[in-house]
Design a protein around this ligand. Sequence first.
Ligand code: TXA
Ligand code: MG
Length: 301
Amino acid sequence: MITRDLSIARDHLQRGEIIGLPTETVYGLAGNAFDAAAVQKIYSIKKRPATNPLIVHVGSIAQAETFVTEFPDPLRKLAEHFWPGPLTLLLKKSDHIPDVVTAGSDRVAIRIPDHPLTLELLNQLDFPLVAPSANPYTKISPTRAEEVEAYFGEEVPVVLQGGACEKGLESTIVGYEDDQVVVYRLGSLTVEQLEAVTDNIRIKNRDNPSVLAPGMAKKHYSPQTPLSLVDNTQAFLDAHPDQRIGVFLTGEENPDEIAPVFYARLQHLDKSGYDRLIASYFPEKGLGRTLNDRLRRAGEY
Ligand code: TXA
Ligand code: MG
């Protein structure tokens, strides 16, 4: 059921059930972060390995403070500047956070999402919510309530209707190592936006294929239709007259306009019966950098 009724969402969560919920980035599969059984259920519904930890969503900085033992000044400054918003901070966790949430790590990922319904819900609950993106493991992230329902059906009986996600790409994950602000996942908050508030930033995009064993990274965000990354759209079309090719992106679009519709467009083209989809990279700056990261992980190399 897709509903706008917060009390239905709240009742389900209080009973230890999992719901779909909107954020400004992508939809999440949410459950009570303090309830180990609920957290387990998310891993199992998503078919996600238990070694891949979940982000804890809270309603205020004060609440976040209670779940961490350290809050380095540069990260606090980022939190004050960008929360609520598409920034996830990796911080040393306190004992309040069950190990199942962090997959045994001593650091917890935390953010305050910027969506009015979800913020209201978080402030009505007396527990935080874990919420990974609401897609089966390796599938395209959903940016609309209807996509969550289509993915999971009765396995997720309630999806809170919050409209299309405003940002459309996941949050940017940031931590602190050796006196440096480290970006672990490029996201909706750009490196340039971070740089305007703090200096000494290192990009250590864990999922960047160049730093992983070949073949691992392409398992994320994949369409069923093969996606090829090409330098020249027209040249590729001319060289493959026998194939039905869907042009996803030419690289000439405005990244700020593409970001909110990136996943929805990929989802749509994936279901349109093409033999192959093609896309080109954007200039490596702003949201173009994040889009390129998602393209690398969705495409074949
Ligand atoms: O925008 C977002 O962040 C969305 C919305 C729903 O908030 N959530 C999201 O969650 O993208 P998920 O689970 O799809 O991606 C979270 C990423 C994973 O790559 C996970 O490995 C990493 O964050 N992560 C979570 N907790 C971590 C931890 N304690 N240490 C290291 N990485 C962590
Ligand atoms: Mg995800």
